[in-house]
Design a protein around this ligand. Sequence first.
Ligand SMILES: [Zn+2]
Length: 453
Amino acid sequence: MQSNPMQAQDITAVRGAFLDFTGDPFRCNERDSVRYVKDGLLVLKGGKVEAFGDYGTIAPQYQGISITEYPEKLIIPGFLDIHVHYPQTEIIAAYGEQLLTWLERYTFPTEAKFHDEDYARQIATIFLDELLRNGTTTALVLTTIFPQSVEVLFEEADRRNMRMIAGQVWMDRNAPDFLTNTAINSYQQSREQIERWHNRGRQLYAITPRFAITSTDHELQLAGKLKAEFPDVYVHTHLSENAQEIAYTAELFPDTQDYLEVYEKYGLVGDRSIFAHGLHLSESEFQRLSQAGATIAFCPTSNLFLGSGLFKLHRAKSIDSPVKVGLASDVGGGTSFSMLHTMSDAYKITQLQRQNLSSFKAFYLATLGAADSLSLSDKLGNFDLGKEADFTVLDLHATPLMTLRNGTVPAASLDVLEAQLFGTMILGDDRTIAATYVAGKPLYQNPSLLGEV
Ligand SMILES: [Zn+2]
């Protein structure tokens, strides 16, 4: 079929080696979940995938369109980071504390600065640029208690046409006065933001009580009421991260049997609920999360950095009662925006528990698995036709050591590819990102590679 000239102007394409997933490698023979097209063509129209497959098959159907070629690279779906605090961008790598004292000493004073809209916009800009520099195209983001910190993030994400999920942070106790809001204000402000931003362009909203400790019963009640009024918005909070936090939560909510029940009691646990960490969950809590279809955000660099604990990935992804899991940076408790670094620490956490994590599983957890955990796998996560064209071009030869380790690219077989991906997740970082595309447009190109393409 020959495209007509008008169409050809709207249609572009990218040629190279492609990897994505069409299933969950934790639930089938891993290789059956992998789609590897060594010389592929991804045809883009209106920010979406118009066609995808072998170059030799697809190219004749789209003669005359502009094609960008990425030889010796690997093109994958854009990474999703399903739990990250944009206001903490500047306190990444803050020394020496565990969760509750880290919040008091570093986080709360920094979040107070987001009262200033100009400042908030400056950090939102740096944050979004940093995501793109690391190949991340979608994130589930915490802001602060200040409505202006939410507005500027949505405005900047909308300007870049990036799919973001975010919401105002609710805190009405156990935080400094300068960082608490009343429950009714949080409710009303979030309600207005849902009406303004949820499903506007690519933006989506999450009701975001910080965690049980910083919300009264009344505030959690209002959060549940808001969720009931807008069932398709997300709920985003923290769960079972740190031993002290868990003990304090039990004191504050003496009539609940465990941490998860605090959120269950207020109608906050469902298939669009994302709980960061979940490190010290009981078997009953895992089973209830599974039944509810809720998600755990696995934040390896943060869990190690704050000394919080080791996530039981293999329990969460068990065949009998699986819980949805996506990878997350949790910056600034996490130490890197790079989902490659995040995979590397995820691997080490499984090793400390006498388990392991294959490269295919790790890349799945940062792409299609993460999209599925956000109920967005109909829009994001792989190169299926009609999906939003967010993708990342990886340079598996980003450093001399990676060139030595990874050998010839593209890989000749799935065995070689699996080994290259593992080398890349252990050795890679922002230098590995050659380009990042959002809705079919290149929003980031690695300056050191500009001459090559
Ligand atoms: Zn967090």
